[in-house]
Design a protein around this ligand. Structure first.
Ligand code: AMP
Length: 397
C-alpha cells in the first residue's frame, strides 16, 4: 500500500510517498514560497538518489500539487506508472480544537468541523484544508486521513491545559493549552517505550528545532506540554520568544507604537535566537558565532538551555519522577553542545552521562547517551513525523 503524506504550511508543502508494508520512503520532496514571485520545488527519488529541482510560480497549493503528481508518474523522477497507485493520502492538519482526540478519516462531516476550527490556526489551517480539497479533486475516490499536530496532547488533564482566565471565556472561546509537534512527540514516545522495554514509564521529550517544545508523558500518554494555544509559548526558539510576562506586551506596544498584530509578529518572528543574538535564527550559525566570541550568541544559547532545564525540572515534579529524557529535532538530534548545556548539572536527577558518546553521537539512529547503570536514561531519537502520519492513515482506512 502506497501512502502519500502531505504536510502543507502557510506557504510551503512537504510530501513523501511511503510504502507502508515496508515503511520505506520512496519519494521525498518539498515546495517553498507558494504564492510568492518564485516558488522552488525539490524532489528526490530515495532508492536511485535521483534529484529534481526547479523554479516555478505557484499561486496556490493546488498548482504545486499538480506538478507533484506529474513528477510521481514521470519516467525519470517518478515511482508510479499511474497516479491510481496512490492508495491513500495522509494530511498533517494543525488543530483538533476540542473536537477530535485522534486522527480521523476525512469526509464532509469531519471537514466541516476542521473548517470551523480555522480561527485556532489562521495561518496553517487554510493551507492544510486547501491541500485536502486539492487532493480530493486530483485523486477522486482515494481515501484521506487527517493527522493532527495537537492530537497527541489531548490526553492532558484539565488542570494542565487550563489557563487561569475567567472560566466562561475558556468555555466560549476554547482558549486553553493545546500543544503542537504532536506527531513528533508521539513518534519518539513510541520508540522510547520500545527502548525502555515498557510503556509503563515516565518520559520527558525535548523536541528542539527551529520550533521547540517539550512534553511530559506517563504510560505513553501526554500529561503536559510547553506550547499553548499557539506555538508561541514555552521554550526559546529560532524566532519565537517562548514564555514571557504578558505585561511586557503593554510596555513594548506603548514604547514602540505597535498594535497587537505587530506585537505578535515581533514575538513570533523577531525574537528568540534571532532577536537576542542578532546573528541568525539558525542554531548552528548562532553556535558558530558563540564559538567565535559573540557574547549575545553565547547568551541566547545559555538562555535556551536554561529554559529547557527548568521545564525538565518542573515536568519531573509534575510526573512524580522521570525514567528517560529524549532529545529530537534538528538541534536535539545534532547539537552535542546543546545537550551538554542542558544535562550537565542534572546528575542529581540520577543521570550518568557518557559525555564522550554525547560528543560523538552517530547521526540518524537511536542512541542511548547514558551509562548502563544510569538511573535515568537519556536517548537521542531521530523523529519521523511522516511515518506517524502514514501509519495512522493505514490504521484508519
Ligand atoms: P528542525 O526545525 O527540526 O529542522 O531543526 C532546525 C534547527 O536545527 C536549525 O536551527 C539548525 O541550525 C539546527 N541544527 C541542525 N544541525 C545542527 C547541528 N549539527 N548543530 C547545531 N544545530 C543544528
Amino acid at each position: 500500500m502506497n501512502i502519500l503524506v502531505v504536510n502543507a504550511g502557510s506557504s510551503s508543502l512537504k510530501y513523501q510517498v511511503i510504502n507502508i508494508e515496508t515503511e520505506e520512503c520512496l519519494i521525498s520532496g518539498g515546495v517553498d514560497c507558494i504564492g510568492l514571485a518564485e516558488s522552488k520545488i525539490s524532489h528526490s527519488v530515495i532508492k536511485t538518489n535521483v534529484e529534481y529541482s526547479e523554479k516555478f510560480k505557484f499561486n496556490n497549493h493546488t498548482e504545486a500539487l499538480k506538478i507533484v503528481f506529474d513528477l510521481l508518474v514521470d519516467a525519470k523522477y517518478g515511482v508510479f506508472k499511474s497516479i491510481s497507485e496512490i492508495d491513500a493520502v495522509g494530511h498533517r492538519v494543525l488543530h483538533t480544537g476540542e473536537d477530535f482526540t485522534g486522527s480521523v478519516v476525512i469526509n464532509a462531516e469531519t471537514l466541516a468541523i476542521m473548517e470551523k476550527n480555522i480561527p485556532l490556526g489562521p495561518l496553517h489551517m487554510p493551507a492544510n484544508l486547501d491541500s485536502v480539497k486539492s487532493c480530493a479533486s486530483l485523486l477522486p475516490g482515494v481515501p484521506m486521513v487527517a493527522v493532527f499536530d495537537t492530537a497527541f496532547h489531548m490526553t492532558m488533564p484539565k488542570h494542565a491545559y487550563m489557563y487561569a482566565i475567567p472560566y466562561e471565556d475558556y468555555k466560549q472561546y476554547k482558549v486553553r493549552r493545546y500543544g503542537f509537534h504532536g506527531t513528533s512527540h508521539k513518534y519518539v514516545t513510541g520508540v522510547a517505550c520500545e527502548l525502555m522495554g515498557t510503556k509503563n514509564c515516565k518520559i520527558i521529550n525535548c523536541h528542539l528545532g527551529n520550533g521547540s517544545s517539550i512534553s511530559a508523558v506517563a504510560d505513553g500518554k501526554c500529561q503536559d506540554t510547553s506550547m499553548g494555544l499557539t506555538p508561541l509559548e514555552g521554550l526559546v526558539m529560532g524566532t519565537r520568544s517562548g514564555d514571557i510576562d504578558p505585561a511586557c506586551l503593554e510596555v513594548l506596544m506603548d514604547k514602540k507604537g505597535m498594535n497587537i498584530h505587530e506585537m505578535l509578529d515581533y514575538l513570533n518572528k523577531k525574537s528568540g535566537f534571532l532577536g537576542i543574538s542578532g546573528v541568525s535564527s539558525d542554531a548552528r550559525s548562532v553556535q558558530q558565532a558563540a564559538e567565535a566570541g559573540n557574547e549575545r550568541a553565547e547568551l541566547v544559547l545559555a538562555m535556551a538551555a536554561y529554559r529547557v532545564k527548568k521545564y525538565i525540572g518542573s515536568y519531573t515534579a509534575a510526573l512524580g519522577g522521570v525514567d528517560c529524557i529524549v532529545f529530537t529535532g534538528g538541534i536535539g538530534e545534532n547539537s552535542a553542545d546543546t545537550r551538554e548545556r542542558i544535562l550537565k548539572d542534572l546528575t542529581y536527577l540520577g543521570i550518568d552521562m557518557d559525555w564522550d558518546l554525547n560528543e560523538k553521537c552517530p547521526r540518524k539512529q537511536n542512541v542511548e547517551l547514558t551509562k548502563p547503570n544510569s538511573k535515568v536514561k537519556v536517548f537521542v531519537i531521530p523523529t519521523n513525523e511522516e511515518l506517524v502520519i502514514a501509519r495512522e492513515t493505514r490504521d484508519l482506512i
